[in-house]
Design a protein around this ligand. Structure first.
Ligand SMILES: CC(C)(COP(=O)(O)OP(=O)(O)OC[C@H]1O[C@@H](n2cnc3c(N)ncnc32)[C@H](O)[C@@H]1OP(=O)(O)O)[C@@H](O)C(=O)NCCC(=O)NCCS
Length: 189
């Protein structure tokens, strides 16, 4: 049975399970040119996860997906420069860290942003993605927000269709940032 839980509501020992951080750092693949592949993203970002900005989907005890969100200038990842320098050296690490910070800060414009959504391959096409999107919208409404916004990379037709089927409408296409995205938003009741 599918269960969706706010990361910060998990028992302490469960929230520190590396498998959850691994799942979460699979996101942000569009920034791979800056923050590397999934293993690298785990090393860079797993040490400072804000679990109050993550909804996790469990099938029994098995984590199968997440929706991460950002509001009040806080998203799922804390900004720590040390792992970047450790990973890439001082110069490249500093440049990549600043690039990542710019990408994070750019999103502060959105009052409530659905920052990332991912479902494990084995669990796809069973409604987990839709359940996470709906749970994220319910969470936003519970926090007093009237809109949920998101950016979907151009060409991600599968995700775009999922959002359309879950109450989101297409807004404008934007060629900045890189890679280009399409804005979508949903008005909450
Ligand atoms: C996009 C993504 C999150 C969708 O997750 P998902 O769990 O497969 O989503 P759902 O199962 O809710 O919906 C997918 C399709 O399965 C279908 N479906 C849902 N429940 C179903 C069921 N019980 N039986 C058969 N089909 C079902 C839906 O109709 C839907 O198709 P549609 O959108 O054309 O209507 C997933 O493909 C993913 O993680 N992709 C990689 C990361 C990504 O692109 N993230 C988005 C970044 S913006």
């Amino acid at each position: 049975m599918l269960r969706i839980v706010l990361g910060s509501d998990l028992a302490q020992e469960r929230a520190t399970d590396p498998a959850l951080a691994q799942l979460l750092t699979q996101g942000r693949g569009s920034l791979a040119f800056l923050i590397g592949d999934t293993d690298c993203r785990f090393r860079l970002l797993a040490g400072a996860i804000h679990w109050d900005r993550v909804l996790l989907a469990f099938d029994g005890e098995q984590p199968v997906g997440f929706a991460a969100f950002k509001h009040r200038r806080r998203g799922p990842f804390g900004l720590q420069w040390r792992p970047f320098v450790r990973e890439f050296g001082v110069l490249s690490g500093a440049v990549r860290f600043v690039g990542f910070c710019l990408s994070e800060v750019r999103e502060w414009r959105y009052p409530f942003l659905l920052y990332g959504l991912r479902v494990a391959k084995v669990a796809r096409n069973r409604g987990v993605g839709a359940a996470l999107v709906q749970a994220c919208c319910a969470h936003a409404a519970g926090q007093g927000f009237h809109n949920v916004e998101l950016e979907v990379p151009l060409g991600n037709a599968r995700a775009e269709r999922l959002y359309l089927h879950n109450g989101f409408a297409l807004r404008r296409e934007r060629w900045v940032p890189f890679p280009p995205v399409r804005n979508m938003s949903r008005t909450l009741p």
